[in-house]
Design a protein around this ligand. Structure first.
Ligand code: ADE
Ligand code: ZN
Length: 341
């Protein structure tokens, strides 16, 4: 039994920060550094000054304004080549923070407006760049096509058809993100059934803004095996027990939740309590530059706040890799990169 008074010293914290990491929840456009978007806006002569603060960071008031700023930033990503450049920038940043395996949410809505043939061109450009980065940065990426809830169920059907057409060893999952206050999980059953039939694995954002019932509905109505966030399940013990029993994996993004005000502080965040209750939790950044975070910072802040040691982070990485939407050969290769050298 570990000493409850154990605290990581500076050296241990540094080791934890430098550990290899597995990340399951990263919005591709949300990972765009503000300088990257500013540069693209300048090249394309688009005035995006309203979405930046004087210090160069993204400027927004709350989650709903964040979604607007996100879509404005995304509007300068217009071609497969733009997305390829973004892919390189995102993977360089992730690799610099020790990420060895990452899954990213991609939206055909932003890549060709939901047209299947255009989507294929965007996906190819992203995948080719990711494969090149894998060779020279040692980071493996897989894609999850993601419908956007506030764009509605009809758009989600189109998105699911794009996903089904490109499902395979690289595009391995289907999900739902966006404004949880709009519509219900069950409005998206057609899209999720279509994705499942194409062999895609499923995740949905739930329990970031809505309560435990939203998490239950994602599991029961859409049949997902992972939940984006899911942290507000903590309000209902029966939902927490259901998650633990069914081994549903939560893609927890603590820094995002604190930055957006879902919880007032990391100390008040339920990740440690969910883990103790037997729920499979993992750690991700969500939209790192928007929330001034990195995977390294997430690990260090969790270590400081909850006095977690390297063993706990190793467990979180392995939980994430077990739940990763990749094939067994990829999982085995990444597992080797998690072993201490
Ligand atoms: N899209 C990008 N980031 C998101 C978040 N945190 N929740 C829902 N949709 C998102
Ligand atoms: Zn998210």
């Amino acid at each position: 039994m570990k000493d409850p008074d154990w605290r990581a010293d500076e050296e241990t914290l540094d080791r934890i920060g430098r550990m290899p990491k597995v990340e399951l929840h990263l919005h591709f456009e949300g990972a765009a550094p503000p300088s990257f978007i500013r540069g693209l806006a300048k090249e394309k002569k688009v005035d995006l000054s309203r979405i930046f603060r004087p210090d160069g960071s993204y400027d927004y008031r709350d989650f709903w304004h964040f979604l607007e700023v996100y879509e404005a930033a995304t509007s300068v990503l217009k071609t497969p080549e733009d997305f390829a450049r973004l892919c390189r920038a995102v993977l360089e940043e992730s690799a610099a923070n020790g990420v060895v395996y990452s899954e990213t949410f991609l939206s055909p809505d932003f890549c060709g407006g939901g047209d299947v043939s255009a989507w294929k061109d965007y996906l190819l450009a992203i995948r080719e760049t990711a494969e090149e980065a894998e060779r020279d940065l040692g980071i493996t990426l897989r894609g999850i096509v993601t419908a956007i809830r506030h764009f509605g169920p009809d758009k989600a059907r189109q998105t699911a058809l794009c996903a089904a057409e490109t499902a395979g060893d690289w595009l391995t999952g289907f999900g739902l993100a966006g404004d949880e206050k709009k519509g219900k999980q069950r409005d998206f059953t057609w899209a999720f059934d279509c994705a499942r039939e194409a062999g895609l694995r499923l995740t949905s954002h739930a329990g970031e803004w809505n309560g435990p019932q939203e998490v239950r509905e994602a599991v029961e109505d859409l049949g997902v095996e992972r939940i984006g966030h899911g942290v507000r399940a903590w309000g209902d013990r029966a939902v927490v027990d259901m998650l633990a029993e069914r081994e549903i994996v939560l893609e927890v993004c603590p820094g995002s939740n604190v930055f957006l005000g879902v919880f007032p502080s990391l100390a008040a965040h339920p990740i440690a309590k969910l883990r103790k209750a037997g729920v499979k939790v993992t750690v991700s950044t969500d939209d790192p530059p928007f929330f001034h975070t990195t995977m390294r910072r997430e690990f260090e802040d969790l270590a400081k706040t909850f006095h977690w040691d390297e063993e706990v982070f190793d467990e979180l990485n392995r939980t994430a890799l077990d739940a990763a939407f990749c094939d067994a050969a990829t999982r085995d290769a990444v597992l080797k990169r998690l072993e201490p050298k």
